[in-house]
Design a protein around this ligand. Structure first.
Ligand SMILES: NC(=O)c1ccc[n+]([C@@H]2O[C@H](COP(=O)([O-])OP(=O)(O)OC[C@H]3O[C@@H](n4cnc5c(N)ncnc54)[C@H](OP(=O)(O)O)[C@@H]3O)[C@@H](O)[C@H]2O)c1
Length: 239
């Protein structure tokens, strides 16, 4: 195990500059932990989605080997079914990083949200991604990383977002805590995207306040290549 694992796992001050400073520092001082500029094997779950496609493109352009996973992709996984998540890692060795851009939750006026809406939200976006972390933390290579996805509605709710805000905020709390218990230099972070331009466009809404998926992807690249751990990475800060 690399000598600097403990240092790598220690939380650092949040900020893009901190992350990139740390990357340079670690790779110069040890050469053992993969970081910026080094080839990694990355599994992207939700790879065919609006954000996932952009993350796959961004990681591939940076020279990483990317395995695209989803319910219908070549590498199959359903994050609602932990057995398939375990099978994914049993069948795919030497993974340096896992990124999950899959997840959804109920939407609508609070008074209209049903038990099923809440059950789906908890099972899919929250526990689906929590279970990806629980499985992957013991399977990724030492010094590897896991990155999941919350969203701006965790902290900036709007009418109709109660279930989404619940699971986004829950996931962020989980990641902050889980980061304290990672071993072998493994890191876990959550990217919080704002509304994505392409999504707003498809909903026939004003896209001017959204961020392009290709810009959102920059936060995922920083999570994979950087040294942050237990952090919420607001995608808008990485553009
Ligand atoms: N788009 C936005 O504006 C926005 C803003 C903030 C946060 N987010 C969050 O970002 C994440 C991705 O959003 P998106 O808009 O890119 O989603 P999307 O376009 O609907 O894509 C979803 C992706 O996840 C896969 N998927 C769906 N269910 C799955 C499951 N049970 N197991 C594994 N893979 C599954 C889909 O492929 P298959 O159908 O093949 O499984 C697809 O690749 C979500 O958590 C969303 O809440 C999005």
């Amino acid at each position: 195990m690399p000598t600097s694992v403990a240092a790598v796992a220690a939380p650092i001050a949040y900020g893009v500059e901190d992350i990139y400073f740390s990357v340079v520092h670690v790779s110069v001082s040890t050469g053992a932990i993969k970081g910026q500029g080094e080839h990694m094997k990355v599994v992207v779950i939700g790879a065919t989605g609006t954000i996932g496609k952009a993350v796959v493109d961004a990681l591939a352009k940076r020279g990483h080997e990317v395995l695209s996973a989803s319910r219908k992709s070549a590498v199959r996984v359903d994050i609602e079914d932990t057995v398939t998540v375990s099978a994914l890692f049993d069948g795919t060795k030497n993974v340096d990083a896992v990124v999950c851009c899959a997840g959804g939750a109920g939407w609508g006026p609070l008074g209209n949200l049903t038990d099923d809406d809440f059950a789906l939200s908890l099972r899919y976006k929250l526990m689906g991604q929590v279970n990806v972390i629980r499985v992957a933390m013991g399977k990724v290579n030492a010094g590897g990383s896991i990155t999941v996805t919350s969203g701006v509605l965790a902290t900036q709710p709007m009418p109709g977002s109660a279930a989404v805000s619940l699971v986004n905020a829950g996931l962020e709390g989980f990641v902050r805590a889980a980061g304290l218990e990672m071993t072998r230099g493994v890191r876990v972070n959550v990217v919080s995207p704002p509304w994505v331009k392409e999504t707003l466009r498809s909903m026939k809404m004003d896209e001017s306040k959204g961020l392009a998926a290709s810009d959102v992807a920059k936060a995922y690249v920083a999570a994979v290549e950087g040294q942050s751990n237990g952090k919420v990475l607001e995608a808008a800060r990485f553009v």
